[in-house]
Design a protein around this ligand. Structure first.
Ligand SMILES: [Zn+2]
Length: 94
């Protein structure tokens, strides 16, 4: 199977960590950190909701989440990711 045919999520080299074993609403909350590109997502297992976070675990803007989920692993940290990490979900409007 060629790498390009994989779903973008599968191209990352995930290190998975449990943040909360029982999150509010049930299920657990996991942190997915890519060893290659350094992108971090949180995911709630009960509904598979996934969103991008910064190094501190703060949720990023939906635009960033959707773009990161659609992109394959770059295999190295991207300079533009630093700008993306300034776009917090609950930050000031752009
Ligand atoms: Zn990656």
């Amino acid at each position: 199977m060629r790498e390009e045919s994989l779903p973008p999520w599968r191209t990352h080299d995930w290190k998975v960590r449990t943040i909360e074993s029982i999150a509010p609403g049930g299920g657990s909350r996991l942190a997915f950190t890519c060893r290659s590109c350094g992108r971090i997502f949180n995911q709630t297992t009960i509904n598979s909701r996934t969103w991008a976070v910064d190094e501190g675990g703060v949720a990023l803007n939906d635009t960033v989440t959707n773009r990161w989920l659609a992109e394959s692993c770059t295999r190295k940290p991207s300079d533009t990711d630093e700008d993306d990490r300034k776009l917090f979900k609950n930050g000031p409007a752009l």
